[in-house]
Design a protein around this ligand. Sequence first.
Ligand code: PGA
Length: 251
Amino acid sequence: MADAPRPLIAGNWKMNGLCETGRALTQAVVKRWRAADRGKVDLLLCPPATLLGMVGEALKGSGILLGAQDCHSEKPGAHTGDIAAVMLADIGCRFVVLGHSERRQAHRETDALVRAKVRAAHTAGLTVILCVGESAAERQAGRAEAIVGAQLDGSLPDGASDKNTVIAYEPVWAIGSGKTPAADDIRAMHAWIRARLGKRFGGADALRILYGGSVTSKNAPDILPMPEVNGALVGGASLDAEEFCRIASCG
Ligand code: PGA
């Protein structure tokens, strides 16, 4: 078995942050990011598109990575209001979150569209954080694996690998709710995802599989040390620098 991949702690700011608050939050994260954690964990900030340039500047020299929350599936062209993957790479992004449940729901993003976006992001040289996860009703019906399996099959193009893709398992019912799955359920789902992708891609030991959904500094010490878990996608708690860096030191 290969060495465990280096944990990734990603902050998804969602639709939050103005120039002043975004700058202050970034500076506070840079200041608190402990030298001791630098070699152990990769830290990533995903601010809204309006703040990417400014946050990227503020992160220079810190070793903290920059990512976006979405991209378009096509090359630059006549797509009013959209942002192409190559534009994100151009402004210094290394990562892009795709297929988040908030976009799958509110923007009716299908697996086919997400797959096209993943392809565009890979072509632009970005690493994709692909989000998958079941609803409460689907879990209660015993369909969690079937739903996640279908999302993985439908959203990941051939050519995806541990070099250009990270999976974030985010049960929809855990996002922003203060609820998290039982430790055994997180462990089981992560192992199941790894086995399934291992079959498709001929091995997935080096693939990073993050957990997301109501991660805080209280539950991170239980979730992040699990050998099946390779980091976290953090929403609400990433808007507080101290809290976010506390979570990162559990990675
Ligand atoms: P949360 O969001 O940490 O606020 O639950 C996680 C996410 O949606 O990525």
